[in-house]
Design a protein. Structure first.
Length: 121
């Protein structure tokens, strides 16, 4: 597969799908007013597991993007995925991006979000 930096609209689409999924799931277990931490906590767990081991969340898979390590091109591993997810929940680091579309959360975790393009056969 060939990889290229992911456009911003795909990144927003992926986080929207992931966030809405976590909101719906958390709502099934608790009232959001009584447990406002549940949806963000679930999103952090999703990021830790899915980005840590596979490099993609459900939202990323749907919009064909992947979050990979800058050093290896592979999955981030759980500790760096947790760091990236925790910083993303702060929202501000995601707003400050460089020319490659890497936010402060990506730089801290040593990651880049790329578009997954199937190779021509």
């Amino acid at each position: 597969m060939e990889l290229s930096p992911a456009p911003l609209f795909r990144r927003f689409g992926a986080i929207l799908v992931d966030w809405l999924s976590c909101l719906l799931i958390s709502r099934a277990f608790a009232d959001p007013v009584e447990a406002p931490w549940l949806a963000p906590g679930l999103l952090l767990v999703v990021y830790a597991l899915f980005l840590g081991f596979f490099g993609q969340t459900l939202g990323m898979w749907l919009v064909r993007i992947r979050c990979v390590s800058m050093a290896t091109g592979g999955p981030l591993g759980v500790p760096r995925a947790i760091l990236r997810g925790a910083l993303l929940l702060l929202f501000v680091p995601a707003l400050i991006m460089d020319k490659d579309g890497r936010g402060l959360h990506d730089k801290a975790a040593g990651s880049i979000v790329v578009t997954v393009v199937p190779a021509a056969s």
